[in-house]
Design a protein around this ligand. Sequence first.
Ligand code: UD1
Length: 363
Amino acid sequence: MRKIVLVVGARPNFMKIAPLFREIKKSHYFTPILVHTGQHYDREMSEVFFKELSLPSPDIYLGVGSDTQAKQTARIMIKFEKVLSKINADLVIVVGDVNSTLAASLVSTKLRIPIAHVEAGLRSYDRTMPEEINRIVTDKLSDYLFTTSKDAGINLLKEGIDKKKIFFVGNVMIDTLKMLYPKAVGKNTLKKLGLLPQGFALLTLHRPSNVDEKASFEKILKAVRKILIHIPVVFPVHPRSRKQLKHFQLEHYLLDSNLKVVNPLSYLDCLNLMINCKFVLTDSGGMQEETTALSIPCLTLRDNTERPITITLGTNTIVNNDEKKIIYEVNRILNGAYKKGIIPKFWDGNASKRIIEILRERI
Ligand code: UD1
């Protein structure tokens, strides 16, 4: 059987790899080998996802942990090279845009192992984001580029990528969302947190541009304080943001009784809250897509997005970290005047099936 190495490293990778792993198993044509780099390592950021997504324990765990951009990427490369040179792999699948994606792609290409990049072609055109650099380099090195939307394909063509390598297949993260929706609905997350359906907003934050600079972080926290006058907010705090809150001495913003501060949520709890909330306020890439798939309003705390389809078709609006814009859109949501959005093509639960079919024909 042909061997496919699937690489995961950080939280947003797990829900993308899970449906691919399942389809590979079902195909009886490929053997999957799951490699976890250990970029995310806390129980709440990693282990709990394996259980909920029915992913087996990784075949290989690299345990790289956190460090600066260069050291983390380099450490993954060194360890992954050792592992990959011993496996006679026919293909390496990488997903998304995290440092593990970039590091694994660099190693694979030098060992002459073909690469499939799932979620290729997304561009924010903002090179201050580490993820944008990871996306550009990974796409340049990949042999199969699987896209979630037509605009991603156009970005790749503009960069001179051969159109024979580009396949518009849809969104694997939505495969996971559709599959686990009934389970998520059945969780008692609201009760545990003392919330009512539609009676709260969900906030997540972790981008360096928002949390690594005191002024930006504080601007967002001030805007949240205004929102809290109208509606309670649940804030699962990413480890990076937790550190920075302490470092910048901004923790006093968390003391409002309408703000529920919790640890990072499991996939099912997070999905449950997305389904039941009035709106999401976030700088996450994945949640912009998940809210569009769920038709839940999403306000994105960034200056740009690599996922424009969530704005043109979906329920997403860019609000930067601008209090005026944020409050304007919150009011529209609370008054029922916010846009409704439609679901993009191929965000239908079958993206990973399409990917494995394409790979079967070609490998
Ligand atoms: C990474 C990805 C980002 C993705 C995000 C999802 C890169 C460049 N960034 O950002 O694209 O959206 O994951 O979460 O790959 N930490 C812990 N425990 C953990 C993981 C991290 O305490 O399990 C701490 C680390 O000490 C570090 C900080 O969180 O200081 C950031 O972790 P890192 O992996 O550098 O990037 P993220 O901000 O999580």
